[in-house]
Design a protein around this ligand. Structure first.
Ligand code: F6P
Length: 318
């Protein structure tokens, strides 16, 4: 059996671990693994490389993806199907493992099925916003990366009292990542794109935190209202010094956490077994803490962060 790996969309910690785990299983089972260099544009161009365990081992703990990805929507072109089928035939590929987030896993699998390809989708995104799964690969590592930065800022919060700290996470238009980090870090306030807030409330909340605890910690998602200007307006409103930490794409790199490594191993085992022992295509999801194969197309539901938790962190009544 020959499996092709394609990474599409944003990279995430845990992809390299999964590549290594799957390749180990494949080698033991007498199977081979190849990867598309640069997502679907790479596949269309026939840019495929063999993946070996020896080459992957040094990368297994690293975030990001050693196999380059792409966000180019090349599959919408009319000739994409026949071109991909030709590459797949030429390289005698039996099936495909697709890494991606919400958009990738909803839009690309139906095309793969239409083109007669067997596929397994792996939800990989730090945003934890793929419908149907409790957890996406990369989310836990991205939270851990944020804690390192926040813990660092908190040493200054302790040494130099009377300041506010603002930590901006990625997450796009889904607040799940920022909400989880705010809870884990014990933030005084959290701002998300899904829920609006009152400027005067935020200023009062942060001022009270500094007065009561000696510092104020605000965690916010990159798309929350006024995310880019708060670093100036909040000090003006409170009269308190504030510095910002913008985690940016560093959150997608760094070290892969224990939880993501174990999840990668479980996902790799399920993907390999599904491809080797069944004829089903589908997405691997986490339900009740266990990995399972969900056949068919992912549901189109909007993921909304837990508002009760949001209210609790912000000291709002629910
Ligand atoms: O992959 C998800 C994500 O990391 C979001 O959290 C973020 O908003 C987005 O990707 C950034 O995309 P890009 O890398 O294309 O700037």
């Amino acid at each position: 059996m020959k499996t092709l790996f394609v990474v599409s969309g944003g990279d995430a910690p845990g992809i390299n671990a999964l590549l290594g785990q799957y390749t180990r299983l494949a080698a033991a089972g007498g199977d081979t693994v190849i990867g598309a260099v640069g997502g679907f544009p790479g596949l269309l161009a026939g840019d495929l490389i063999p993946l070996s365990l020896d080459a992957l081992i040094p990368w297994m703990g690293r975030g990001g993806s050693i196999l380059p990805s792409s966000r180019d929507p090349v599959l919408s072109k009319d000739d994409a199907g026949p071109r991909i089928q030709a590459v797949i035939q030429q390289h005698q590929v039996d099936n495909l493992v697709l890494f991606g987030g919400n958009g990738t896993l909803r839009h690309i699998p139906p095309l793969l099925t239409e083109w007669g390809l067997r596929w397994i989708g792996i939800p990989t995104t730090i945003d934890n916003d793929v419908p149907g799964t409790e957890r996406t690969l990369g989310f836990d590592s991205a939270c851990n990366y944020a804690y390192q930065a926040i813990d660092g800022a908190m040493t200054t919060a302790h040494a130099l009292r009377g300041r506010m700290f603002m930590v901006e996470t990625l997450g796009g238009f889904c607040g799940n990542l920022a909400l989880a980090i705010a809870q884990g870090a014990g933030a005084h306030a959290v701002l998300l794109p899904e829920f609006d807030y009152d400027d005067a409330w935020l200023a009062a909340r942060m001022k009270a935190a500094v007065e009561q605890h000696g510092y104020g910690l605000l965690v916010l998602n990159e798309e929350a209202r006024n995310a880019k200007t708060l670093v100036q307006t909040l000090p003006e409103a409170t009269g308190i010094r504030m510095r910002d930490v913008r985690l940016g794409h560093a959150q997608r790199g760094g070290v892969t956490s224990h939880i993501d490594r174990v999840l990668a191993a479980d996902l790799a085992a399920e993907a390999y077994t599904a491809l080797k022992e069944s004829s089903a295509s589908g997405t691997l999801i986490v339900r009740g803490g266990r990995v399972a194969l969900q056949t068919g197309v992912l549901p189109t539901v909007k993921i909304v962060p837990d508002q009760t938790l949001y209210n609790r962190i912000n000291g709002l009544s629910s």
